[in-house]
Write a protein that binds this ligand. Structure first.
Ligand code: PBE
Length: 267
């Protein structure tokens, strides 16, 4: 009813995603760092589960607090807002980096050059993500490449074609990373590479690059989201720097909720 506090209405639960996500670790840390979140609980789920709960809450105009991030299509589908995070425990504005295994430059210099040059904007990633909702990431990637040939030419300029050399990309199972990996796969295939994308948890992704089990990844969110994995493996990987700037994680609520900050959540 109207007299119940927000905490009571949502049963003191924040709707989380996959346990292995960097965002899950940041969210747990957030529950510890904010005194007003004493008694609140993060409920692990999956991205699909979180999106289902969000859709249902919005349909019923009920309150809900999710762990969310951008780039993601949920922000164009629904009116949502990030709760302010004055303690910064959810990371603020971040970037996505390209990381490759030691030795890749020597073994596959052409692919290494393209991976090193690969850089695009959130609007590019979003274009692929949105298009893929109605087709597939494969088709959306090819369409984006056709429409952005100038940008792709900057990445591939002067790089020799190969005849079926194999390269394995590891990635994470979120749409933002499906988009970047699918574009890279298509670009490399146009130059004759044989490309596999393996989606894994962030922890496994870093481990695979550090142990040479995979060649490259476009999926690390840094400096905060995946910092624990990065710190663990940084001596054994080659960091090629940002491929996209301006991602963000946070606690997210529908616009119709009358709170603005994590500190508005009361115990
Ligand atoms: N995410 C999307 C991932 C990285 C990309 C924020 C859900 C994570 O938390 O690991």
């Amino acid at each position: 009813g109207d007299t119940a506090s927000l905490g009571e209405q949502v049963d003191y639960k924040i709707v989380g995603i996959e346990p292995g996500a960097g965002l899950t670790e940041l969210s747990q840390n957030t529950l510890k760092e904010y005194e007003n979140l004493k008694g609140w609980e993060l409920v692990d789920s999956s991205t699909a589960g979180m999106l289902g709960s969000l859709e249902q809450a919005i349909r019923n105009k009920e309150p809900i607090i999710i762990t969310g991030w951008t780039p993601h299509w949920k922000f164009s589908e629904y009116d949502l807002k990030f709760l302010e995070d004055p303690k910064g425990t959810l990371g603020g504005s971040e970037n996505i980096n390209t990381i490759v295994r030691k030795g890749l430059e020597n073994d596959l210099p052409g692919a290494y050059t393209i991976l090193d040059r690969f850089y695009w904007e959130p609007k590019d990633m979003e274009a692929v993500m949105y298009e893929a909702q109605n087709s597939s990431f494969e088709d959306a990637a090819i369409k984006w490449i056709e429409e952005n040939q100038d940008k792709v030419n900057e990445w591939t300029e002067g790089v020799d074609k190969v005849d079926g050399k194999e390269i394995e990309l590891v990635s994470t199972p979120w749409d933002s990373e499906r988009a970047s990996s699918s574009v890279m796969k298509a670009v490399l295939e146009q130059l004759g590479y044989s490309v596999t994308i393996t989606p894994v948890d962030p922890a496994i992704m870093f481990q695979a690059i550090a142990t040479d089990a995979a060649d490259a990844t476009l999926a690390p969110w840094l400096p905060t989201t995946h910092s624990s994995f990065y710190e663990k493996h940084k001596e054994d990987i080659v960091d090629l720097g940002e491929n996209l700037k301006g991602t963000k994680n946070g606690f997210v609520v529908p616009e119709y909720m009358e709170i603005d900050s994590i500190e508005d959540l009361q115990p």
